[in-house]
Design a protein around this ligand. Sequence first.
Ligand code: FRU
Length: 564
Amino acid sequence: MLLLSLAFAAMAVAQNASTSLTPATTTAFDAGVPTDAPIPGDYNGQWRPQVHFSPPTNFMNDPNGCFLDGNGTWHLYYQYNPTATVAGNQHWGHATSKDLYTWQNEKIAIFATPDSQIFSGSIVIDTNNTSGFFPNQTDGVVAIYTLNTAAEQTQEIAYSFDGGYTFTNYTSNPVLRASPPSNQFRDPKVIWYEDHWVMVIAYSQEFVIGIFTSPDLKEWTHASNFTSHGLLGLQYECPNLVSMPVLGGDSMWLMAISINPGAPLGGSITEYFPGTFNGTHFEAVDAAARIADFGKDSYAGQFFYGLPEEADPVFIAWSSNWQYAQQVPTGPQEGWRSAMGLPRRSYLVNNATRTGWALISVPYDLTPILLPSPLITNSSLGNSTLLADYSSVSSGALYFRVNVTNLPPLAQATGTLNFTFSSSSTRESVSGGFYFSGDNPFWLSRQNVLGFSQTNPFFTDKFSVGNVLNPDGTFTLEGVIDRSILEVFLDGGRNSATATFYPEGVLDTVEVRTSGINEETVVAVEVWGLKSTWAEQASEDGIVYGNVGSSASGNATQVVRRKM
Ligand code: FRU
């Protein structure tokens, strides 16, 4: 958002020049931005994802403040402009979920003021009242975020007594400023490490991730820098530092950095670095830049805070790219822009193949949203084609999984596995495929979708990755297609890609096709329809009003644990 950030303050001032005091409790200054109820949303549009989160109206970008509370409720906050379908008047929108797919819209959590915007940041639970804000509770919530003004980006905190629904600004903000002051110092992500708080934050234009420590979330001390690692692009943004389990045993640390622009394919991308962390210093295992998603629509992702130690970290990213996020046709046609990607369960593997360390990402447990019986199952496809009409699945959202086993030794494997989702009315399609020979490339294409892809030069239409075969003779492909988003996960999540697309016709036909594969190879296919999580909560008028009642969170949810 390189050039945008400077324009933000001016835009916000123009929207309401009459109010100028920063209120103690964060409230709205724009007439029409409700403070006491969620914004209603129409989730019926042809491109509205049905199992992904998207805002009720207007513009969304980064996930912020992601945390799991003690009642098993997942909280997702997000960069939100409630007054336009482009970025500018940045608030923290808020939604909650019991399963990470069925989201309930909450009222806006933290509000912009006439001359400042609430940029990205994180949330922690201050169980031990280190901050002193919570003498009478163990579930106090503290948000740490960047306050953006025309002159400077500073770090502020706000605290919540009611579990993250309403916030009060700390009176001695800011808690951290760059020295010398900077307007490119942002996106604090805070975690607890043994006996102190740790913040990672981007000095965006210096390509530095600063690591700070604090006993109380108020006083921050600079501890070290992680500088100029991996792809630089033009800016570093939205760093994350998280303890990450390693398949087979120990744990490591993982630093994730979003860069924009500068992705090899253009625009926004997230890279990650496995490494070690001692409470003050992070060291990467090697000099490699590893990319989290080989599509173009996964950016500024964040790991949820507050998971039990034995659970795999859960990651969620913004499904767009600054190169075209503010131009996609959902804005003028349906009044909203951008969705979040699927929640992803993550862990590290080492030396599974010759590429060494890899972050594994798989969709978080989908069982709560699977329709009762599969649309297609075939346990041994051989060399043939499966075709199904899924117009009866009202969500238009599908989960698909292909398990390939009994592949011959690598050099002898042959053939291809392809899939296509197409529209019977317009013949548009999105498709992908895997080669079992050579370097085993996988490709994904949104080329054959009319409209936007044909007119925006940055809306790159094909992606690919090399994904060497496992020595054990297996390969898996799974994914979710959800009206205007396709996400694929290869080889148990070793590689993944997210691609948005905006077809003129409704996609309603799925085809899975194998050709030239070795005789002994077994290809098993399953395709499931998914529920429409938004239609399920719409009122009679078709509108989703969100949580207009209390913020009570109900029964505890089971957090999915890893099977090793
Ligand atoms: C990343 C980003 C952040 C910033 C936010 C503003 O997409 O540019 O660096 O805090 O968006 O909306």
